[in-house]
Design a protein around this ligand. Structure first.
Ligand SMILES: NC(=O)C1=CN([C@@H]2O[C@H](COP(=O)(O)OP(=O)(O)OC[C@H]3O[C@@H](n4cnc5c(N)ncnc54)[C@H](O)[C@@H]3O)[C@@H](O)[C@H]2O)C=CC1
Ligand SMILES: CC(=O)C(=O)O
Ligand SMILES: [K+]
Ligand SMILES: [Mn+2]
Length: 355
């Protein structure tokens, strides 16, 4: 019996609603499989925790997380309790950085039964590989002076090591897919980091002669994601560009409530972290409206990461059989609750031909 030890951090808002639902699904997946088990250890680190303790997680929080096979996170942020830059940097971004989760992989594809806001989305199936450790998300800079003399400086950081690493990762992913990588750039407006990004992209691409490439400026690329998403395979992007593109990816799928993500540690020194693209959605919290599919699809990415790819596909198939039946939450035009959608997915797991 294979046993996976998973650290759960539901976090804030709807994170607290969807994480237990996805855990229920994973337990069912394990039950149907028969040869593996998940043990979840839940950590209460959140904005509520901050109100009680003055920190988002204890000083030895990372040490507590390190022994786990993976971290399964919901969402962080409750702007009514704690300013976002404090809560996100105190937990989510700290884990990404300290655990060297340098790659953020975010697929977007059309699912049967879900209406895309696009008139003709075709069968798009793409993945954004987002740099997850540097770039525009940096603590380098500061604020000085006050009133009309006030100055804020925020420096973006692009290292050769980090830039090459994310690009190589994108090429490796593309080699297993449709062999096409698009680089998100903005070298017409950002005159140091983006020409560097383009240069590294060109250099890395020379090592992958079988992979087709293109570069697109981020503004045009954002528009193309709306007008012709089916033309993309793998998109490699800096931290901020990838963040923005993946909310568009989620939107064209039909809702940000279904988009999954994986924060991947590539050197094996620390656990990877799995969390949906969406945030804590304070506007719908406590109403049973949260779409659990983003968190459940994220669980599928965790299965893939554990080497259980067949089981991952089995789970995504069950999700799609449920969306095909129209059993969906309000964000997708349905009338079903978080719990009902989850239960329908679990029923599909048990009713499917066995793995
Ligand atoms: N990785 C993370 O933990 C992230 C955290 N946040 C934080 O979350 C808080 C809210 O941020 P927002 O910008 O409002 O982004 P958000 O993703 O939480 O919500 C955006 C919109 O999408 C809807 N939505 C999101 N997830 C949904 C789901 N599963 N089912 C149905 N509808 C869903 C919300 O109701 C809202 O209308 C902030 O504190 C923000 O910093 C935001 C993005 C990512
Ligand atoms: C923070 C955020 O928006 C993200 O990780 O996608
Ligand atoms: K999240
Ligand atoms: Mn985001």
């Amino acid at each position: 019996m294979k046993q996976f030890e998973v650290a759960s951090i539901p976090g804030d808002g709807i994170g607290i609603e969807v994480v237990p639902q996805a855990e229920r699904v994973l337990k069912a997946v394990a039950d149907v499989h028969g040869g593996l088990a998940f043990q979840f250890h839940s950590f209460p680190w959140s904005c509520q925790y901050y109100i009680e303790h003055g920190v988002m997680m204890p000083e030895n929080g990372l040490e507590q997380l390190k022994p786990f096979d993976a971290i399964f996170l919901g969402a962080v942020g409750d702007p009514n309790l704690v300013p976002d830059h404090i809560s996100l940097w105190g937990l989510l971004i700290q884990i990404r950085r300290e655990f060297e989760q340098v790659i953020n992989m975010r697929p977007a594809k059309r699912l049967d039964g879900i209406q895309s806001p696009l008139q003709n989305p075709k069968d798009f199936d793409l993945v954004v590989i987002r740099e997850n450790s540097e770039g525009e998300y940096s603590t380098v800079g500061g604020r000085i002076h006050s009133k009309e003399d006030e100055v804020a400086i925020q420096n973006a950081v692009f290292t050769r090591r980090g830039t090459e690493r994310v690009m190589r990762y994108a090429f490796e992913v593309a080699a297993k897919r449709k062999c096409f990588v698009t680089s998100a750039t903005k070298s017409n407006g950002i005159v140091h980091s983006m020409p560097f990004w383009d240069q590294v992209f060109k250099e890395v691409s020379e090592g992958y002669p079988a992979i087709k490439t293109e570069s697109q400026h981020i503004d045009a690329l954002a528009a193309f994601l709306v007008t012709k998403p089916a033309s993309f395979d793998v998109i490699v992007a800096s931290n901020l560009f990838g963040d923005i593109l993946t909310d568009i990816g989620a939107a064209i799928m039909g809702s940000i409530g279904i988009a999954p993500a994986a924060n991947i540690n590539v050197n094996g020194k620390y656990p990877s972290m799995f969390e949906p693209v969406h945030g804590s959605a304070p506007d719908i919290v406590g109403k049973g409206l949260a779409n659990p599919i983003g968190q459940i699809w994220t669980a599928k990415m965790m299965l893939d990461h554990f080497g259980e790819e067949e089981l991952g596909s089995f789970l995504l198939d069950a999700i799609e059989r449920v969306t095909r039946k129209g059993i969906v939450t309000a964000d997708l035009g349905g009338a079903h609750s978080t719990d009902e959608v989850t239960t329908a997915i679990i029923d599909e797991l048990y009713n499917a031909p066995s793995v």
